[in-house]
Design a binder for this molecule. Structure first.
Ligand code: AMP
Ligand code: MG
Length: 280
């Protein structure tokens, strides 16, 4: 652990060609971090400040586009991640579109049709709250399309993402890996706390019952689409504080890898005098 790199996130990355091996990963673990929840508070504050600085620079620089794909099961922590990791970033350069059940118009098109308009433009950081991966996850588990159709989608997705990368987008994909016990606690919390009731949907329980089918679908999706250019990170996410630290660190390293700089200033700024406006 070092001040500039408090979490070693290298073990969380799924290398191209490697198996995602979800069974072999403990959702309660805190790999690559020596401290505990209490010690993580000032560390997260520092990471937040650094991320804020880098995002501002990304926006000012205006030459790079960054896409973060966030996937998880219900109550996996997607909303909490967006709230805590991006605390303090400048809303001007950041968007977080959420992909819900497709509308009838969306269903009347190919599954990437609704996704593409939301990818980042120059200087933007975009976080997808769910994404095109739903089309090989929930769609596969609930058999919303035939197998021979969803099976081809891994290839489409690899090609689509590679195209975005080749055209100047940096992509990082994040799976929030929670345990069924942790999900039960969080769903119960949504039932118990009136201010959280709105987040509870009875449909979540049907999805929960298919837990291992979802794990298989995630395992396959991550294994088949983690590439050097668009890697997946599997984040042990039962402990929210570790999740926040790890994701912040990943984003910082991603932005630091971009050679961001302020655009060159116009010549002669030191000669400029701002004149007073004469009184009316
Ligand atoms: P939430 O993120 O909790 O608001 O829930 C959104 C719901 O939309 C989840 O149950 C997703 O699985 C579902 N969803 C998102 N994308 C798709 C898709 N392409 N096909 C079917 N269901 C989807
Ligand atoms: Mg939900």
């Amino acid at each position: 652990m070092s001040a500039s790199r408090p979490v070693d996130v290298s073990k969380l990355r799924v290398a191209e060609g490697d198996d995602a091996d979800l069974d072999g990963r403990d959702p309660r673990a805190t790999p690559g971090y020596d401290g505990d929840k209490e010690s993580s508070v000032p560390v997260l504050a520092e990471l937040n400040a650094r991320l804020e600085e880098l995002q501002e620079l990304l926006y000012a620089d205006g030459r790079h586009r960054v896409l973060v794909v966030l996937q998880a099961l219900d109550a996996g922590g997607k909303d909490g991640t967006i709230k805590h990791v991006f605390d303090g970033v400048n809303p001007s350069g950041v968007r977080a579109p959420a992909f819900k059940k497709p509308s009838s118009e969306e269903l009347a098109h190919d599954y990437l049709w609704r996704i593409h308009p939301h990818v980042p433009g120059d200087g933007e950081l975009v976080i997808f709250n769910r994404s095109h991966y739903e089309d090989v996850l929930v769609v596969r588990v609930l058999e919303l399309v035939e197998e021979k159709r969803w099976k081809k989608r891994y290839g489409h997705i690899r090609d689509f993402e590679q195209m975005l990368v080749d055209e100047g987008t940096t992509i990082v994909k994040i799976f929030l890996h929670i345990s069924p016990e942790e999900q039960a606690e969080r769903l119960q919390d949504r039932l118990d706390r009136p201010e959280k009731n709105w987040k509870f949907e009875t449909g979540d329980l049907e999805m929960r019952a298919r837990w291992w089918d979802f794990m298989e679908a995630f395992e396959d999706a991550i294994t088949k689409t983690s590439t050097d250019d668009a890697p997946w990170f599997v984040i042990p996410a039962d402990r929210k504080w570790f999740r926040n630290l790890a994701i912040s660190q990943i984003l910082i390293e991603t932005l630091e890898g971009l050679d961001l700089r302020h655009p060159a200033a116009e010549d002669g700024l030191d000669q400029i005098v701002i004149e007073d406006i004469p009184k009316r």
